[in-house]
Design a protein around this ligand. Structure first.
Ligand SMILES: C[S@@+](CC[C@H](N)C(=O)[O-])C[C@H]1O[C@@H](n2cnc3c(N)ncnc32)[C@H](O)[C@@H]1O
Length: 321
């Protein structure tokens, strides 16, 4: 995990927030089962592939969340109030935060906390152009590390924004810990958070196994990144994208499965893969509304309003801190 925290003006040159990737990769490949944290998906190519995923017909998440944000923007503005300072955990899309900023009453500051430098630079440029009155204070950092209280101006109305159901990438206990940290950081304010819902497994399966193969390319890009940044020699043709829905654990599990027994070089080491052995690359947990509200209570929040679409695909929660 990085300890890099940079605030203020947009970073002038690419500064990787995740310079620990080769070490983290080696560590993850030495565990049983093998794993790589999903935050490493988001190099420049990965961030671009993720934007393409958001537009896929099967990927209902982004589409549904954006329509909920647009439909209920005035409700959010009323609950958040004037002169708010907004911290966004992970900040992929200017469109998502743009809807909120446009609806709010004179928002004072926007602090995107993002691990991908390219995504952050792009976002900061667009938000500064579209919302010149908002003080944009980018933070190139891992949002799972404790964030400094100095993120906010003294006395500011503190609001967290965590769209995209990124909370689903945590296990339940990690999600509780993350939310507890957010509740402390946002004390006196609140958190607006998008959470994907439990639903027909066939719909979930299709969302992570799209017919155009973009999610597969996104998953395999981790190996491309390893070849470039961790002196690895993964043969992409010998790793398959596999993303089943685990009904019992209510989560999509994403793997790269070795289709042959093989040795791969990574940062000067030889890593052995058995035929059929998997690297776990991501989980995406799904919640019921009641389940998520009870998790929020355990983390110290008071859940207030919740909004869903007519098909109950996705939810947005307002949690008071
Ligand atoms: C699933 S995307 C969501 C993007 C955006 N918030 C949206 O709703 O469209 C996750 C975003 O969070 C960033 N991210 C993932 N893990 C992170 C971490 N541990 N710390 C900071 N940013 C992270 C990724 O680079 C990416 O931009």
């Amino acid at each position: 995990m990085t300890s890099t925290h940079r605030t203020g003006a947009a970073p002038r040159r690419p500064i990787p927030a995740d310079i620990d990737f080769p070490d983290a990769l080696l560590e993850g490949l030495a565990t049983e089962p093998k794993r790589v944290a999903c935050k490493y998906f988001y190099d420049a190519v990965g961030a671009n592939l993720f934007q393409q995923i958001c537009e896929l017909p099967e990927y209902y998440l982004t589409r549904t969340e954006l329509s909920l944000l647009r439909r209920h923007a005035s409700d959010f503005a009323r609950l958040i109030g004037p002169h708010a300072e907004i911290v966004e955990f992970g900040a992929g899309s200017a469109e998502t935060i743009g809807i909120l900023l446009a609806a709010l009453d004179r928002p004072r500051a926007y602090v995107p906390v993002e691990i991908s430098n390219g995504s952050l630079l792009d976002l900061v440029g667009r938000i500064r152009a579209d919302h010149p009155a908002v003080d944009v204070r980018p933070l190139l950092a891992d949002f799972t590390a404790p964030l400094p209280q100095t993120l906010f101006s003294p006395g500011a109305r503190r609001i967290g924004f965590f769209p995209g159901s990124t909370i689903g990438n945590f296990t339940r206990s990690e999600a509780r810990d993350f939310l507890a940290g957010a509740a402390r950081l946002l004390k006196g304010g609140g958190l607006l958070i998008g959470v994907d819902l439990v639903k027909d497994p066939a719909v979930l399966h299709a969302a992570y196994n799209d017919s155009a193969g973009v999610t597969a390319a996104f998953n395999r890009n981790l190996l491309v990144r390893a070849n470039r940044e961790a002196a690895a020699n993964f043969d992409l043709a010998r790793f398959a994208h596999y993303a089943p829905y685990n009904v019992e654990k209510r989560r999509i599990e994403m793997y790269l499965v070795s289709t042959a027994a093989q040795l791969v070089r990574v940062a000067g080491r030889q890593i052995a893969f058995a035929e059929g052995e998997a690297i776990h690359t991501e989980s995406s947990h799904k919640y019921t509304i009641e389940d998520f509200r009870s998790l929020a209570v355990q983390a110290g929040f008071s859940p207030r309003a919740v909004w869903t679409d007519p098909d109950r695909l996705f939810s947005i929660h307002w949690l008071e801190a």
